[in-house]
Design a protein around this ligand. Structure first.
Ligand code: IVH
Length: 672
């Protein structure tokens, strides 16, 4: 080492040691003492200095430096982890009427029984699964896509109110919400802005961002909170009420207040009371959650494909904001529907900036009495799409404002639009309208459909404009040489696109059905249909009655499906796909093609008390490619056994069938 070099490192070393020490002392003061002048800002400054010095002189890096006391670089800081029981979402109700509708369909699943209900606040935060083993907190996992989340254990452990050890050595999985108080959220944002970073849009985003920080030391200074609202593993109690009390007795920070009601009518007053008290709360809530209290009834009520039937969220009326309507343009959907869209002066609403809102149709515009240049009130409902709810008329001069006229031509192809008998919407009926073609292809390749990731909107536009394809069926006869002629498309990317298109040929049948863009057939319905009919041919041949008889498929959807499969143009499109090698994978074998789980093609029998309802297990297993049957035979591969399994256990032993518990089975279901 040269003498100059060692001189630099000498003074650098001295400063580094000093800064590290200050950083450590600060943390000790913060966590153990009462000198609270040390805060995140001071931390960031000192940590930044230590990092800079360590970067200048890497030989001075030290495993015990406060900045390296994070995860070793060789280790994935947030490894993926499968949820043994999926983390579902909740259905929503936006009024007492909708809540009563929810109860009506709930009661159908538990005939003759009036359940009691537990209510909680619906905190606007981030869902978290907390795993305790023998009383020790061993893992905290984010929701992720509901099936697989990220382990953020080190960061969760910095949350003050969360015990690392429970009062008893129990093994359980509790679920809850990680959230910021509004005050801390604003504080974090002020600091971010100071450091030149974009502020977080809402407390939920910032909680998510914080949990993914690499330095738990910094996370700890941010005052995250956690509130537990559910037990995911089997409860030793008979009701949710008692379960929550038990969790609390173990030392967990159970969400509060929890209330119990004998009927929906009794909930009404509480709902409005909470709505009024909302502003005074230190954190953001977006409604109350209503859950059946009796656990046995929950089991009986079960789940839909997305959420439990035994719980729902009663949301508060949407937040509102006022702004100016600048202009209106017309959007063309994939069905040719023309939708007027408001261009607005950007305004903050529900945590995001809104510059556009759908006006739905021209009757709606008339009903609102909307004119260009009007001041309007926007509202964001439960979903993300904002809407214009009314015009501000009081004291506003509107005399010279221009009316909004229905379109005389399709903005894409120029054809005159048509309003069909009994419908309110205008449609462009031109089957080769470029905007529709574009939207249909865009839907086809989208992630929830055929998931052809390398084809983005720009490429679709180029391909359609260049005359390479007119429909999604055209994708399958594309050649690399054709793509190479497009702008910004090299040999390599052209080959990638062709490869991605090829890979889509064997997507699961449900995805293909969704991709076809059949009216009223969303992702969920498409999967239900795929599972029910098992093949495209089966579905194609189905009568309206057969379609209506499918669980979860209503009359309108059934008719739409029938029409679709009897429309020569649509059939040509499908046949073109098939002729070019599209071969949707039938549901039984879907797991095998997609993720190669060891369950593909295996026969499984379920028995005993499991931590989630049997139909749900059945569905998960089938998704992983297994056949689920009712009784054990020589053909059975596995017995999924919960607690108190009886005669099936004996039968399994007799036939030499392997017995598997829930945890192991869940592991097998992760895609490799
Ligand atoms: S119970 C099956 N209770 O809302 C789901 N969820 O929209 C049971 N949430 O992912 C969830 N506060 O993260 C429940 N008191 C509460 C809640 C709550 C917030 C979140 C939760 C869930 C989402 C569902």
């Amino acid at each position: 080492m040269s003498s100059a070099n060692s001189a630099i490192s000498k003074s650098a070393r001295a400063e580094l040691e000093k800064t590290r020490l200050r950083l450590r002392r600060g943390l000790v003061d913060y966590y153990c003492g009462d000198a609270l002048e040390f805060d995140e800002e001071a931390y960031a400054e000192l940590a930044g200095r230590v990092r800079a010095l360590e970067a200048e002189a890497p030989q001075l890096r030290d495993w015990d430096s406060p900045t390296t006391r994070v995860v070793p670089l060789t280790q994935d800081p947030f490894p993926s982890r499968a949820h043994a029981i999926p983390m579902l979402s909740l259905s929503n109700a936006y009024s007492m009427d909708e809540l009563r509708d929810w109860e009506t369909s709930l009661l159908r699943t538990i005939p003759g029984i009036q359940p009691t209900y537990v209510t909680e606040l619906k905190i606007d935060g981030l869902a978290i699964a907390l795993h305790y083993e023998q009383g020790e907190l061993i893992a905290a996992v984010t929701r992720g896509d509901g099936t697989i989340g990220e382990e953020v254990t080190r960061n969760i452990k910095t949350i003050g109110g969360l015990p690392h050890r429970l009062a008893e050595p129990v093994t359980l999985e509790a679920r809850g919400e990680v959230y910021y108080t509004l005050e801390d959220f604003q504080r974090v944002n002020r600091l971010r802005e100071k450091q030149g970073e974009a502020p977080f849009k809402n407390p939920r985003n910032s909680a998510a961002g914080t949990l993914r920080m690499l330095d738990p030391g910094a996370v700890g200074l941010r005052n995250l909170n956690v509130a537990v609202h559910a037990l995911a593993t089997p409860s030793p109690k008979e009701t949710d009420w008692e379960t929550l009390a038990w969790l609390e007795s173990l030392g967990l920070p159970v969400t509060s207040p929890v209330r119990r009601f004998g009927s929906i009518d009794d909930i009404e007053a509480y709902y409005f009371e909470t709505m009024n008290a909302r502003e005074g709360l230190p954190f953001q809530i977006d409604g109350i959650v209503i859950k059946v209290d009796q656990l046995a009834l929950r089991e009986q009520a079960g789940f839909t494909s997305k959420s439990p039937r035994w719980a729902t969220a009663l949301k508060f009326g949407a937040e509102q904001a006022e702004t100016t309507l600048l202009s209106v343009h017309i959007g063309v959907g994939r069905t040719g529907m023309l939708t007027p869209i408001a261009n607005l002066e950007p305004v903050a609403l529900g945590g995001t900036t809104v510059a556009r809102a759908t006006l739905h149709n021209y009757e709606q515009i008339e009903r609102l009495g909307l004119r260009l240049g009007d001041r309007v009130v926007l509202e964001k409902g439960g979903d993300i799409i904002p809407k214009v709810v009314r015009v501000v008329t009081d004291g506003v001069k509107r005399g010279g404002l221009k009316a909004i006229e229905p379109p005389e031509q399709c903005p894409s192809c120029g054809e005159p639009p048509v309003k069909l008998e009994g419908e309110v919407d205008f449609h462009c009926l031109n089957p080769v309208c470029p905007a529709q073609q574009f939207e249909r292809i865009r839907h086809y390749v989208s992630r929830s459909a055929m998931d052809i990731e390398s084809i983005g909107p720009a490429l679709i536009e180029q391909m359609v404009a260049g005359g390479l394809i007119r429909t999604f069926a055209g994708l399958y006869s594309l050649e690399a040489s054709q793509l190479e002629s497009l702008e910004r498309m090299g040999k390599k990317s052209a080959a990638n696109v062709i490869e991605a298109i090829h890979a889509s040929r064997t997507r699961p049948l449900g995805k293909f059905l969704h991709a076809l863009g059949i009216r009223y057939v969303g992702e969920g319905a498409a999967q239900v249909l795929a599972r029910h009919f098992g093949s495209l041919e089966g579905l194609r041949a189905a009568s309206v009655e057969a379609l209506e008889n499918v669980n979860e498929i209503g009359a309108v959807t059934a008719k739409s499906l029938y029409d679709f499969f009897h429309d020569p143009a649509k059939l040509t499109l499908i046949d073109q796909c098939l002729a070019n090698g599209v071969q949707p994978t039938p549901p039984e074998a879907a797991g095998a093609a997609e993720g190669e789980t060891p369950l593909a093609g295996k026969t499984v029998v379920i028995t005993g008390a499991l931590s989630q309802p049997r139909p749900q297990w059945k569905e998960r297993l089938e998704r992983a490619g297994a056949n689920v049957t009712g009784s054990i035979s020589g053909k059975t591969d596995f017995l999924l056994a919960g607690e108190n399994a009886g005669s099936k256990m004996t039968a399994a032993n007799k036939h030499g069938v392997r017995i598997v518990d829930e945890q192991e089975m869940s592991k097998w279901m992760e895609p490799r």
